[in-house]
Write a protein that binds this ligand. Structure first.
Ligand code: SAM
Length: 264
């Protein structure tokens, strides 16, 4: 019965309902300088990397690599890392980080999930960290399965929210949750693949604001423009308990999925 449910279609319908506005490569370019060093020292990174099994002869494809969060942590343990991203700014940041860390086994690939991947190398391991809210999950899973020989590691939001439900309700916005990890779990099961599931918690995306202005900027990044009334509501929420507001509310919970791809 469960194998006859079209989870790929349900995923697309959920994504459409979420009103997801896909960011352009240049929008990510503008975040690259800020993200370059920040992401290299986080509990999330440590938790992701310690769950990855790899050896000195392995090659790794890091999809949506950003400034090298996962790929550069694995590089000292493996033969070769390929960072794939559609933002040149992110790839430049990864290159700069690799140079600072004196890593010479890192190559960069400017490509999107949606591109033809026939020139993308098939690696032993593929990692996808916080970079898999794609329009077509079926196609993305096919690409990953075709580009990894041993193992695939992927994180996806639990509940499909970057910000807390609390802020969403405060703004009176509709449920904008993205399709979460359960679609992927089911789509893999339907392919006769058996992922293991674990969870990683990290501070809310709104955490670490030292002022109301910073909080408003972060909320805008997630919710796009705010009306004056919405700004007032955020302001009142901030003033009520600045410590709590600076924590950004509930933590973000990531599902960490890993599976063995089908033999090629
Ligand atoms: C949230 S960041 C994650 C970066 C890194 N993997 C991490 O966990 O810190 C998302 C990354 O995915 C990239 N990205 C977004 N959409 C993409 C697409 N369609 N194709 C390729 N890369 C994409 C962005 O440029 C950005 O570097």
């Amino acid at each position: 019965m469960i194998k006859s449910i079209d989870f790929a279609q349900l995923y697309r319908e959920h994504l459409a309902r979420s009103g997801r506005v896909f960011k352009t490569p240049s929008e990510w370019d503008s975040k690259a300088a800020d993200m370059r060093t920040k992401v290299l020292d986080s509990g999330y990174r440590t938790e992701f990397v310690k769950r990855v099994q790899c050896g000195a002869e392995d090659t790794v494809l890091d999809v949506g690599c950003g400034p090298g969060t996962i790929g550069l942590a694995l590089a000292p343990q493996v033969k070769q890392v390929y960072g794939l991203d559609y933002s040149q700014g992110m790839l430049d940041a990864m290159q700069e980080n690799a140079a600072e860390l004196q890593l010479n086994n890192v190559r960069l690939i400017l490509a999107a999930w949606e591109d033809d991947w026939s020139a993308v190398p098939v690696c032993d391991i593929a990692v996808v960290s916080r970079a898999s809210i794609v329009a077509d999950m079926d196609a993305a899973l096919d690409k990953l399965n075709q580009h990894a020989r041993k193992k695939i590691y992927l994180t996806q939001l639990v509940g499909g929210r970057f910000v807390s439900r609390e802020i969403e309700e405060l703004l009176g916005r509709q449920d904008r949750s993205f399709p979460d990890h359960m679609y992927i779990m089911n789509m893999l099961y339907q392919r006769n693949l058996y992922p293991t599931l674990d969870y990683i918690e990290s501070p809310s995306r709104l955490a670490g604001c030292n002022s109301l202005a910073e909080l408003l900027d972060k909320v805008r990044w997630s919710f796009n423009e705010l009306t004056a009334e919405e700004e007032e509501r955020i302001s009142a929420w901030y003033q009520r308990d600045p410590d709590y507001a600076q924590q950004g509310g509930e933590p973000t919970r990531w599902a960490f999925m890993s599976w063995t791809p089908p033999a090629h």
